[in-house]
Design a binder for this molecule. Sequence first.
Ligand code: 13P
Length: 336
Amino acid sequence: MSHIDMLEETVATLVDGQRGILAADESGGTIAKRFATIGLDSTEKNRRDYRAALLSCKGLGECVSGVILFEETLGQKDAEGQPLPEVAASQGIVPGIKVDKGKGPLPGAPGDMITYGLDGLSERLQQYKKQGARFAKWREVYPIGHHNPTGLGLTANAEMLARYAAVCQAEGVVPIVEPEVLMNGGHDIERSAVVNERVWHSVFHALHQHGVILELMLLKPSMVTPGAEAETADPEQVAEYTLRSLRRTVPAAVPGINFLSGGQGPEEATANLNAMNQQGGGPWQLSFSYGRALQEPALAAWQGRPENVEAAQEALLKRSRMNHLAMLGRYRETLE
Ligand code: 13P
């Protein structure tokens, strides 16, 4: 199969009008923080048991078309010896892989960040493909401040995303381009809209410059919301602002937009996605690629105990179903 055929097949599976993506790619530090909320140590076995429970959840494949894994998970096996990427694939869920290597300060742009990991990316992708990965994710992070993001921050981060996406497509791996504008801060929704629009504009400019095929990638943006320390906005308002900014900056050639949840509560993230689809959505499919908003109730139900695996899976399935309905604009709070 040619690389273009592979890319087309993966996009068609991921963007099927019905399903979204589960982000289960927390890095070592992040998963340790999540486990700490249930008083659990982040050991290799605990991480494997948790992720095996998520991926083997019966019925998950009806609402979830892809799962983003961390490198370690790609090489792990469940208790019966089946590789975890295969556990996902056997449910019709495409395995994906987070390929960035974390972030640090961007020199010359105080307050801005930059993500690492381009060196050797082609070779790593070839290995990940052998382990079953068909798509990848790379996250750039933009804190909002009085002076941030700076012009340099916008250009440098967009350049990283575009270079990563071009390498992925050259290897036949679908890139998910994730520019995350952080919710931290007391800014209002107007400010969030201005920043998100600048970010998306700069990212698509760079994607064009690097010859990335827009039909064969996905965008994973933040929603346009007020800062976490400001008063929250209702779903209709979040939907209006987010759609307006996306329509101004994201070409219709992009097949799908899968939002991150970024600290929104599980029900909040569902209601916001639902409102966007009720307001007519866009030329793109609007779906989810949530981490916390899908996993939080499952993790709380699990508590690190084998006897709770079923309850954890039930919680995951419920959030996945609610978000599947939100994709179709058919979610109602009364279904919770
Ligand atoms: P959240 O939905 O928890 O923001 O995670 C999504 C993700 O993949 C962040 O990189």
